[in-house]
Design a protein around this ligand. Structure first.
Ligand code: FMN
Length: 197
């Protein structure tokens, strides 16, 4: 069998007709899993743009997510998408879904109260796309009344939560707090897009 004859290369850059998933990555120990998530979204042929919080960069590099998404990563307000004078608004307009994975307790609080002091929260305020949130944190942070309140505020405004999963956490506790598996998140993205049709 001639192995070379099957070496097809997918066109990674043609964006016509593809749905755009904007993925927010925040400063959780689970941020490294965003690499697998972004890769799986690309394999399902979505256009993927990543926005990283400043603290997310302590856990995973923009270069990794830029390479896997095949798009520039938005890290601060001064960066602009090529050809756009206002990168975060362009992303907000372009998003078919805003997915935040992993979402920290801190980001949930800022989203719940409508802060726009970082690019991710600003995009969340400026977009009409559905918001899908996959939290990851210590079990006590997840169960704290402040977090419960923030989650309910966001749910009441239409945000959809997926997870957290139950299990052994990096901090040594066992309970809810794990980022849900990438394949389950991607299935949920597809479900929301189908419902939107
Ligand atoms: C090693 C380490 C792991 C952390 N993991 C989490 C986490 O899983 N979830 C969380 O809510 N915060 C976690 N934090 C705290 C956040 O990084 C901190 O609240 C940060 O300000 C979040 O900012 P951001 O939401 O803008 O990314 C962690 C901090 C450290 C040092």
């Amino acid at each position: 069998m001639n192995q070379n004859s099957d070496n097809k290369k997918r066109d990674l850059f043609s964006s016509k007709d593809k749905k755009t998933i904007v993925v927010g990555v925040t400063g959780s120990i689970a941020a490294y899993k965003a690499a697998e998530l972004v890769s799986q979204l690309r394999q399902r042929n979505y256009n993927v743009f990543v926005i990283m919080s400043a603290d997310a960069k302590n856990f995973i590099t923009p270069l990794t997510l830029q390479t896997l998404s095949c798009n520039p990563v938005l890290e601060n307000f001064l960066e602009e998408e090529p050809g756009s004078p206002c990168g975060h608004i362009a992303l907000a307009d372009r998003a078919d879904i805003l997915l935040i994975a992993p979402a920290t307790a801190s980001t949930l609080a800022r989203l719940a109260y409508g802060f726009s002091d970082d690019p991710l929260c600003a995009v969340a305020l400026a977009t009409h796309a559905p918001l899908l949130i996959a939290p990851a944190m210590n079990v006590k942070m997840w169960e704290h009344a402040a977090t419960r309140d923030n989650v309910e505020r966001l749910r009441a405004r239409g945000a959809v939560f997926i997870g957290p999963g139950w299990g052994m956490l990096a901090c040594g506790y066992e309970g809810p707090g794990r980022l849900i598996e990438s394949s389950i998140i991607v299935d949920h993205v597809e479900k929301i897009l189908l419902e939107k049709k």
